[in-house]
Design a protein around this ligand. Structure first.
Ligand code: PLP
Length: 354
């Protein structure tokens, strides 16, 4: 969808600011929200042009068809460099993925121009909220959900798209212990695994809680039919390093096409790392852990960028990963965040300056 904005974006400014109440040294992740949000409404077959409004509660009819789970979202980040330039990382990819999710959930696509221009205007208005400390950023959450009314199990005729922002520190503190899951699955063939549908995450919470009760932090998802192949790590794509080769599963209808994952693949290749995009058998990883060739496991996603794994559990046995002096995880995280924050050349054209 490529509608272009016909008038200047309407801005209703907040009378007050919450910014002075925020402890920017202890932000946590996704806990405080900026003064404004962007809103578009879908009615009578088309989207209203983006509007910037004070961040605040919205009303929803109890009969809104959100009951049926038409709810999708994105996660992206905004940065400010030393000169005060505001930058986004591959934002059009988020917009395109939102529309891929929308199509799968029978929801209307948002015109790219509405998304991009609305987002840029929002970031300029709330630019004082973009943190600059190392590892921090403005986490941006676009989400779209059904607001149209009716109890009939069919797609709604009205939707709302909101973009809200949260100044955030780093997502995970320290290395995580993961459990390779063999009973539950986050996605199935023919399902919605490749979409950022809210229900995918709701379905993950219970198995993740069970893993936490067993002493792990996260779940490694395997394929739903055989549980023989590794697919994702929590809400992240996953990379395994065996000897000096970096391996990640190919994206599929069950795996989210992560923007961090595809960026890491390109950067790692450029750095001369041997990268294999192929199916990864659980038995291969267990064997590599036993014979000492498994060097690293890490998750990759916007929130944490790269989240190193300390060890994993499988069928009641725990395997620790070695402490390396120069892990790929740290090296690749620095490479990607340097590009995101304008500390390094962006030969790929991934950075979008406002
Ligand atoms: C299930 C899942 N896989 C992978 C990712 C990573 O995607 P991205 O790198 O685009 O954030 C995410 C989102 O962060 C996710 O929710």
């Amino acid at each position: 969808m490529n509608n272009t904005i016909t008038k200047s974006i309407e801005i209703i400014k907040s009378d007050t600011t919450k910014i002075n109440d925020v402890d920017f040294d202890n932000l946590g992740f996704g806990k405080v929200f900026t003064d404004h949000m962007m809103v578009c409404d879908y009615k009578n077959g088309s989207w209203t042009e983006p509007k910037i409004m004070p961040f605040g509660p919205i009303t929803l009819e109890p009969s809104a068809k959100i009951h049926y789970g038409q709810s999708i979202f994105e996660g992206m980040k905004g940065y400010k460099d030393a000169d005060g330039n505001i930058m986004l990382f591959r934002p059009l990819d988020n917009c395109k993925r939102l529309n891929i999710s929308a199509e799968r959930l029978a929801m209307p696509a948002i015109p790219e121009d509405y998304f991009m221009e609305g987002l840029k205007t929002l970031l300029k208005i709330d630019s004082d909220w973009i943190p600059t400390a190392d590892g921090s950023s403005l986490y941006i959450r676009p989400f779209m959900f059904a607001t149209g009314e009716g109890f009939h199990a069919s797609p709604a005729d009205e939707y709302k798209l909101i973009i809200a922002c949260s100044p955030s520190g780093s997502y995970f503190a320290g290395k995580v212990k993961v459990l390779i899951e063999e009973k539950y699955a986050r996605a199935a063939n023919g399902g919605v695994g490749y979409a950022k549908a809210g229900g995918n995450y709701a379905g993950q919470f219970y198995p993740t809680q069970l893993a936490i009760e067993k002493g792990y932090n996260q779940v490694i998802w395997t394929d739903d039919s055989t549980h023989e192949f590794i697919e994702e790590a929590g809400a992240m794509n996953v990379f395994m390093r065996i000897n000096d080769t970096l391996i990640t599963a190919p994206t599929s209808e069950r795996i989210l096409d992560g923007i961090t994952r595809k960026s890491i693949i390109e950067i790692a290749k450029e750095d001369g790392i041997n990268v294999e995009v192929r199916k990864i058998k659980v038995s291969e990883i267990v064997e590599a852990a036993k014979n000492g060739t498994l060097k690293e496991i890490f998750g990759a996603g916007t929130a944490a960028v790269i989240s190193p794994v300390a060890g994993f559990g499988f069928r009641g046995e725990d395997f620790d990963l070695p402490e390396l002096e120069n892990p790929y995880a740290a090296k690749l995280k620095k490479r990607i965040t340097d590009i995101q924050t304008n500390k390094a050349e962006d030969k790929y054209g991934w950075r979008v300056k406002l």
